[in-house]
Design a protein around this ligand. Structure first.
Ligand code: S3P
Length: 172
């Protein structure tokens, strides 16, 4: 069988890229790569500690290196970190070699999830208004993905089925 492009999941933190990616890859019987987990494996500390110890720029460099490494493969489901697609080199590679899906949610949904989590160093200490602005700015770039899935009215299974439907019917 001719190998297919990678499926890349993009979107804000809290958009379900990892949990959806895992189930999606099982259903398609293909490999799953979660870039945040790969970064943690290589660094042997968690993302929050990488931000705390070395800062964001350091994190973004490893994120770029590892994202490009794993994007350069075939037939995998890859969950990028929320900032991955914002990086022009990563984005260019996604556009060339992968099918990208933006898991889009209403801002309120994302903000609620972010506030519930203690593992989001980028937005720790930001106000609701500041997070809203971040989502607005990033959405202009997420909009450049191949497919936008509006998730609010769908359950997990429906989101996954939508992606599978597009992927399986796409000749590549
Ligand atoms: C980030 C999102 C996080 C992680 C890091 C930075 C971002 O990933 O990569 O904390 O810039 O939005 P998730 O989107 O998987 O939470």
């Amino acid at each position: 069988m001719k190998s297919k492009k990678n499926i890349v999941l993009i979107g804000m933190m809290g958009s379900g890229k990892s949990s959806i990616g895992k189930i999606l890859s099982k259903k398609l019987n293909i490999n799953f790569v979660d870039i945040d987990r790969k970064i943690e494996e290589v660094e042997t500390i968690n993302i929050s500690d990488i931000f705390k110890k070395y800062g964001e720029e350091y994190f973004r460099n490893i994120e770029e290196k590892l994202s490009l490494k794993y994007l350069n493969s075939d037939s995998s489901v890859i969950s990028l970190g929320g900032g991955g697609f914002i990086n022009p080199s990563i984005r260019k590679f996604c556009k060339k070699r992968c099918l990208s899906f933006w898991l889009n949610w209403k801002n309120e949904t994302i903000i609620k999830r972010i506030f519930r989590s203690k593992k989001r160093p980028l937005v720790m200490g930001l106000s609701e208004n500041q997070i809203n602005n971040l989502i607005r700015e990033r959405s202009k770039i997420y909009e450049l993905s191949d497919y936008k899935i509006n998730c609010d009215k769908l359950d997990k299974a429906q989101i996954i089925n939508k992606i599978i439907d597009i992927y399986e019917n796409k000749k590549n």
